[in-house]
Design a protein. Structure first.
Length: 232
């Protein structure tokens, strides 16, 4: 899995790319079908300069796994908060490209518009691929929120403290369990992103897409570690 030749390599280049892509995000619903939903996730071994990505395609009605793929390669970018998409996307794009069927929607383990520059992984991926995307994160990053009511399905706004803008929602997927943080990626509205998340999280806090992709990318990384020595 080679890193694209034109991929940003410095913080300045990455920031400029985010500014270029941000106006292309569409935070509204479209009429495309939404039956096949993919989850994507990555796992790292910085000592070996390895990243493993997984794409797992599920049937939305049954939550059965339809197809799964992985991609393993070099880490594409240094760790800089707010620029994690540049570390993850080359591997994620390869894993998605290996699927034989195109997802109707992709759920990312991370942020979309809930990002300081409104271009987290989910939005970045959506703009690059044209796919409908949303982000479901485990933590609220730098944004403000109140805890939602304890009932499943309750939510509160996730707001930017600098502007008061609603950038996502804290959503209770399980009664009395801490919420997840849902944001628009691309080609989807926030109400639909929340509804989709709840539909995918019928038994656990995290969507089934994320649970399957997390497990698969960790297995792929473990397999790759067996054949790679730590980087000097």
């Amino acid at each position: 899995m080679p890193i694209p030749a034109d991929w940003p390599t410095t913080e300045a280049q990455a920031l400029a790319e985010q500014e270029r892509l941000r106006p292309l995000v569409r935070a509204v619903d479209d009429d495309a079908p939404c039956r096949l939903i993919a989850g994507v996730d990555v796992a790292y071994d910085d000592d070996r300069d390895l990243v493993a990505a997984a794409a797992v395609l599920l049937d939305r009605d049954t939550l059965d796994v339809v197809e799964e793929t992985t991609a393993v390669g070099r880490i594409a970018f240094p760790y800089i908060p707010g620029l994690l998409a540049f570390r993850e996307l080359p591997a994620v794009l390869d894993a998605l490209a290996a699927l034989t069927r195109t997802p109707d929607t992709v759920v990312c383990d991370g942020y979309g518009l809930a990002h300081p520059r409104r271009l987290g992984l989910a939005s970045h991926l959506g703009v690059l691929t044209g796919l409908r995307t949303l982000g479901v994160a485990k933590t609220p990053f730098t944004f403000d929120h109140h805890d939602p009511d304890p009932d499943r399905g309750s939510w509160t706004p996730l707001t930017d403290p600098a502007t008061g803008e609603e950038v996502g929602r804290a959503v209770r997927t399980r009664p009395g369990v801490k919420p997840v943080y849902v944001s628009v990626g691309h080609r989807i509205g926030l109400d639909t992103a929340v509804h989709t998340t709840l539909d995918l999280a019928r038994r656990y806090r995290l969507p089934e897409t994320t649970r399957h992709a997390d497990s698969l990318c960790r297995r792929a990384l473990t397999e790759a570690q067996r054949t790679r020595t730590p980087a000097n």
